[in-house]
Design a protein around this ligand. Sequence first.
Ligand SMILES: C[S@@+](CC[C@H](N)C(=O)[O-])C[C@H]1O[C@@H](n2cnc3c(N)ncnc32)[C@H](O)[C@@H]1O
Length: 270
Amino acid sequence: MKFWVRQRISVKASWNKIARHYQRKTRISTEDFHYGALAPGESKLRLLGDVKGKEVLELGCGGGQNTIALSKLGAFAEGIDISPEQINFARELARTEKVAAKFHVRSIDHLGIFSDEGKDLVVSSFALSYVEMLDNVFSEVYRILKKGGLFVFADSHPFTNRGRAVRVGGRSLWALDQYFKRGVMVWTWPRFEDGTTASFRSYHRTIQDYYDALTKAGFTVERIVEPEPVRMKGTKPVEETPCYAPDVAKEYLIWRNVPYTIIFKARKPG
Ligand SMILES: C[S@@+](CC[C@H](N)C(=O)[O-])C[C@H]1O[C@@H](n2cnc3c(N)ncnc32)[C@H](O)[C@@H]1O
């Protein structure tokens, strides 16, 4: 795709366009913190520790389900997202669920409204790959975390970014290609029922790139988690944290054998 076409894509406009359809189609639970469509939730992975009374910020909170789930567990939780449509949905959901979570329309790479060392925990689920300058984001997250604070984020596993599904001997396999080709990826959301779609721009990084960026910002990486997907029967989940994205569920025969999600748990030294 030509440079000028890539530049024309606005992630904010694209998320505004699909937000309503996405929220209707996915129906993400607010009862458990989720690490993306296919991974088990926090009730199983237990990466965040006790959040009761903690100051928490979610980056790229979308419809606010994770921020709300953390509020229900007793955290003082705030979420930011670049898309006003997503934040409108989040505010409405928080009102409906009678939860005092706060939401801001703001880009992940503008954390200036948050004071130094004010947060115990910063989380993000499937949002950081939309951001180009990851080093800046990590150093800002480091700044706003208290000493000893945690930064936990999930995103699509770098193996899923590059490659494609192929059929070999009747099996669906993932053909990984160009893993080391860092940088921008342009892709189109699968059409919703009324034909709505949008183009997006996100950034491929290797596992080592994430690790190096975290340590460069000053974090200690405590864990890298590659969760096995929730178990499914056909396209139906058989576990308590279900796959909430039907498009992903359709490809379950691939993702039960190939990592779909990666989670980093990093700490600001105390
Ligand atoms: C796949 S959704 C994930 C939403 C939410 N974290 C969840 O798991 O349900 C990605 C979200 O990232 C947001 N986003 C993308 N780029 C952003 C940026 N630069 N700053 C803030 N939010 C951003 C989008 O608007 C969208 O709501």
